[in-house]
Write a protein that binds this ligand. Structure first.
Ligand SMILES: Cc1cc2nc3c(=O)[nH]c(=O)nc-3n(C[C@H](O)[C@H](O)[C@H](O)COP(=O)(O)OP(=O)(O)OC[C@H]3O[C@@H](n4cnc5c(N)ncnc54)[C@H](O)[C@@H]3O)c2cc1C
Length: 276
């Protein structure tokens, strides 16, 4: 276990917004994790690509999975077991090298396996839970997929996920790699891919107009508060142009919520998690 007393969440977060954390702990195995969750108000973090650190300071104990939670193992012809701290990019490289297909549609999501399962991340009609066989949490081992509820960008998971087993299909390395680069290229064309962001800020409402279209139609595309702007490329992305603050982000996102409500009577729901 490695403890940090003034950990820079701004530097670590994907959008580069945040304060210093008083308690940030890297855990390397289950004993470490058990000890960490017994500390003050524990909060597990992965790639920090879906959380906005909006507090001025935190009393939480932030936990980052390292060591054995970063390992990937092929356990059968089609199944892979990986630690929840594994980043999707590493998992995808492993799958391509092993000729295992199924997760390519999610290429380009900058999350960890634990963070992705927690919010049932997905893209292009595929969600991580579609490939799920079972997972271990700190309290419960070998939970089968149907022991948990997964829906659009949501799961019923309440505890730290430690390991995840996914079932893939066999394909050639070349096909898999080509598919991954096609998906990344598509992202680059339609999203501010190389910019600081948290991905889509709002969930798509449960009717046919997607969130980006609603945001666009209330005139918020490209609108900025200081260095934080609604992306010109994809209006459900809010980007940090350099010196963005959480307060700028929230002014902009709350303005979007207000205008969409006033114009469409639709209450946009955050896809990102805001930590105050
Ligand atoms: C450029 C960009 C593109 C994106 N595209 C997509 C997309 O196409 N589809 C999509 O779904 N998302 C997308 N996202 C959002 C984000 O990458 C995903 O939500 C991802 O699943 C978050 O994973 P993370 O590890 O970064 O989680 P974090 O942001 O670190 O944490 C998110 C939540 O997961 C919880 N969590 C993290 N690890 C664990 C664990 N081991 N056990 C239990 N809970 C845990 C945290 O406590 C927190 O509540 C995008 C983000 C960016 C920046």
């Amino acid at each position: 276990m490695k403890k940090y007393e003034m950990y820079d969440l701004k530097k670590a977060s994907y959008i580069k917004i945040g304060c210093k954390a008083k308690n940030f702990i890297e855990v390397y195995n289950e004993d470490d994790l058990k000890e960490a969750v017994s500390m003050n108000n524990p909060k597990i973090l992965g790639g920090m690509s879906n959380v906005l650190f909006a507090g001025d300071s935190y009393e939480n104990t932030f936990i980052s999975l390292q060591g054995e939670f970063k390992e990937i193992e092929r356990i059968s012809d089609t199944d892979v077991r990986a630690g929840a701290g594994v980043m999707l990019s590493s998992l995808l490289s492993f799958l391509a090298e092993n000729g295992l297909s199924g997760l390519e549609e999610l290429s380009g999501i900058p999350g960890s396996l634990g963070g992705m399962l927690f919010m049932n991340a997905g893209a292009n009609g595929v969600s991580i839970s579609d490939l799920l066989v079972s997972f271990d949490t700190l309290e419960n081992k070998n939970l089968k997929k149907d022991e948990c509820v997964f829906s659009y960008r949501h799961s019923s998971i309440k505890e730290p996920v430690e390991f995840v087993t996914l079932r893939l299909k066999k394909d050639s390395k070349e096909n898999i790699k080509n598919k991954m680069s096609d998906i990344i290229n598509k992202r680059k064309m339609t999203q501010p891919y190389d910019t600081l962001s948290l991905g889509c800020v709002f969930k798509n409402p449960a009717f046919e107009i997607p969130a980006w279209k609603l945001i666009d139609s209330v005139g918020m595309r490209s609108k900025c508060v200081n260095d934080v702007c609604v992306s010109e490329k994809h209006s459900n992305f809010i980007i940090n142009k350099g010196d963005g603050k959480a307060s700028d982000f929230l002014s902009l996102s709350e303005e979007i919520v207000k205008l969409v409500w006033e114009n469409y009577n639709v209450k946009l729901e955050y896809e990102i998690e805001i930590l105050f």
